[in-house]
Ligand binder design. Structure first.
Ligand code: 13P
Length: 278
């Protein structure tokens, strides 16, 4: 067990038809919550933080903590750098020991995205790390500052992108969006199915918060192996802490924060059917 490559976690999920949650963390309590839940429920885990979130959680502080927590876990844990935007930060994450990085070139043209992604694939190769990249554009934005319009993934582009870049996992846009969904998410499973038939590598679904169990299960049947969850963890923590406030001491607050994050991780692991796999 311990710190593993994301590629290995996704391969086991592929062989046994389940999904693995990639849970975004912002502090030590969330790291503890995710690891504790994975251990209790015998689930593989992907711990992640996005480049845009490094303001409140600096990489040189949270990164080594994520790595150390993963190394000591009794289940396989991959540590992933989500939505990497700059080669500089991606390299910093790899130096710290992240076993997986995402390069997000979704705002670039297909040609430019291929060129830039290939650079990251080459860089990550020297660290033995897994690479995820995105084709099409997931809606919303990781930190909610901009409302990026969804650009649905084209099957042809997905196939070409995966083949030419040599990435290990492909994030696609099939109606999914970051943050809180404005209405009921309308995922294009027909398109997902087509992409899955044409693309050999595991597929990634961003914008996990707010998707129903039925939709997760259908997505998994059609090839989704990694599912990103951020907003619902952050929101659950705020909600539970608000409900229990005022706290009489810091350490009760600390434990409540862990419990609240853990509750959300557990619910999602069950929906993804990754519990009991280890
Ligand atoms: P949510 O915040 O919608 O769960 O999305 C998380 C995500 O996709 C991170 O990359």
């Amino acid at each position: 067990m311990t710190l593993v490559k994301m590629k290995d976690i996704l391969q086991a999920a592929e062989e046994n038809n389940y999904g693995v949650g990639a849970f975004s963390v912002a502090n030590m309590e969330m790291v503890i919550a995710a690891i504790r839940t994975a251990e209790e429920h015998r689930s593989p885990l992907i711990l992640q933080i996005a480049e845009v979130r490094l303001g409140p959680s600096p990489l040189h502080l949270i990164g080594p903590m994520m790595i150390e927590a993963a190394k000591k876990a009794s289940v396989p844990v991959a540590v992933h750098f989500d939505h990497g935007e700059t080669e500089e930060k991606i390299k910093e994450a790899l130096e710290i020991g992240f076993t997986s990085v995402m390069y997000d070139g979704s705002l670039l043209s297909l040609e430019e995205n291929i060129v830039e992604t290939k650079k990251i694939v080459k860089l990550a190769e020297s660290y033995g790390a897994t690479v995820e990249a995105e084709i099409g554009r997931v809606g919303g934005s990781e930190d909610g500052t901009v409302d990026i319009e969804i650009a649905i993934t084209s099957v042809e582009e997905a196939k070409r992108f995966a083949t030419e870049t040599g990435i290990d996992a492909l994030a696609i846009a099939i109606g999914n969006a970051h943050g809180v969904y404005k209405g009921k998410p309308n995922l294009r499973f027909d398109l997902l199915d087509e992409i899955n038939q044409e693309v050999e590598i595991p597929l990634v679904l961003h914008g996990g918060s707010g998707i129903s169990q039925d939709d997760f299960r259908t997505a998994i049947v059609h090839g989704i192996r990694k599912i990103n969850v951020a907003t619902s963890t952050f929101n659950n923590v705020v909600k539970c802490v608000n409900e229990d406030a005022p706290f009489t001491d810091y350490f009760t607050f600390h434990e409540r924060l862990i419990q609240a994050a853990a509750e959300n991780v557990k619910v999602h692991m069950e929906m993804f059917q990754s519990t009991g796999r280890i």
